[in-house]
Design a binder for this molecule. Sequence first.
Ligand SMILES: [Zn+2]
Length: 385
Amino acid sequence: MISSHALDLAQTLVRMNTVSQNSNLELIHFIRDHLAKLGVKSRLTYNADKTKANLFATLGEGKASGIILSGHTDTVPWDGQDWTMDPLSALVKDGNLYGRGSADMKAFIGIAVSHAEQFLASDAPFAVHFAFSYDEEVGCFGVKELIADLRDANIRPLACIVGEPTSMVPAIAHKGVYRYKCCVRGKEAHSSLTPHSVNAIEMAARVVGRVRDMAEGFERDEPRFEGFDVPFSTASVGQFHGGIADNVVPRDAEFRYEFRDLPTANAAQMQSEVVAYARSLEPAMQKVAPQTGFSFETICEIPSFLGSKDDAVTRLAQELSGEKGTTLVAFGTEAGLFKNAGIPTVVCGPGSIQQAHQPDEYVSLEQLGRCEAFMQGLASTKAFG
Ligand SMILES: [Zn+2]
């Protein structure tokens, strides 16, 4: 069962509205001030207009290196969802803590922070770092700044535990999420004069067809990565807009698409293939009208993650959670970014992704109790590696 101190902190964080489009400073300042009372200084890194911040703190100053507990402070919105309660109420009912962000992933952050004193008093050979980011839900933008700051400050953590909801089972892989927008500029004309026009929709459709061909290629040819529900990379077009009237050759079209690449695949190469194909269509378009062509915009690039059963941090997470196995998850996290920065990483946190982003999101008190035991175990760990 979770202690009232830890539950209190989790509830306090759930009650703060940190939907990604809003500022998260109330929450960040709350944690900063909480840690300051314990004599712990926080490093804050901000977004461009200083409305959002990441927090990084080290508990166990003077120790050579530390293990990161990582979480994102932002949540998805609840507009249009059918909640039976206030999403910010942090209601405890029927053995669950309800609220937006309860599972994804404020309870993990709250329980971690509620153990700050234990981490400070710990005689573990490593420090514990808190790394709490902004804008994960909209593309993992905040943590990139946080990781760059660690590099600049020459802070080299030993390992990282990302507390996304895995039902406390250590997860060692997920796919990446790469999203792009493609805008096509054509040349409009009366639809009886097509040879003097460049049809933006038709050109866009050719590239959409290429994305579809690639998706079929992944399904047909890609070496399988067993353990994922879909054991190959996927590609998909999510939005398409274009045209103004039946008798006008459209000047503009745009579409958005994504790749979810296996940890063993290469998303950058997938995107290069799309761009190269679009470029190959441009000479014919520009013969009709030189101003025509394609432009691409990156929406988000969240790298895939591949840890290892043999990593010390995976074994530590197994020991602390009491789980013998490991799992793979279907959702993107910040784990790949930490891993790509040279920090061995595992994903392990309370609650289930089934409840995340849903109306009446919740995390069970049983899961929170397991998370608390995990933190207590971390504070009393005697060796690592
Ligand atoms: Zn999350």
